[in-house]
Write a protein that binds this ligand. Structure first.
Ligand code: FES
Length: 147
């Protein structure tokens, strides 16, 4: 096999291997990307998220206009909701979702779905926001709008 043919075959194999690993990670990423609900705060500093968004999934990402970090809104088994700011408490990097919770790509900190630290260097749990539910929506109250 000539060097050029070998390199071409090797590159094709590497591309296929990389594509395969990308596709294995794709469902989680695609699901996360499709589940960003964009909204604004109302006069009471609350984001209103339709309950209908939780008919097919227990997790919804919320992006509030004018803020940098998304909020992960999780429906618990008892139909209460947990709102977590997707901001790493180590050095403020945006978090990504994993199968078990959230991970920071900067230095590897991990958090469970309640926001508790499961792996450092972060030592402080994620910021949570109070939630209430009415007939049609989950309301997330943003106490500190600096995020
Ligand atoms: S910024 Fe997240 S672990 Fe350092």
């Amino acid at each position: 096999m000539q060097r050029r043919t070998f390199l071409k075959a090797s590159c094709s194999f590497c591309l296929l291997a990389a594509t395969g690993s990308m596709f294995s990670a794709l469902p989680a990423l695609a699901a996360a990307k499709n589940k960003v609900f964009k909204t604004t705060l109302n006069e009471n500093n609350q984001a209103e998220i339709p309950l209908s968004l939780f008919e097919e999934s227990t997790l919804q990402f919320v992006r509030i206009k004018g803020t940098y970090y998304d909020i992960a809104l999780h429906k618990e088994e008892d139909s209460t909701y947990t709102a977590l700011l997707m901001k790493c408490t180590h050095m403020d990097n945006q978090l990504t979702i994993t199968g078990e919770g959230f991970r920071c790509s900067q230095h590897g900190s991990e958090f469970d779905k309640t926001g508790a630290v499961t792996k450092g260097p972060a030592e402080i749990p994620l910021t949570t926001y109070p939630t209430t539910v009415n007939e049609t929506s989950v309301l997330i109250t943003i106490l500190n709008n600096e995020e």
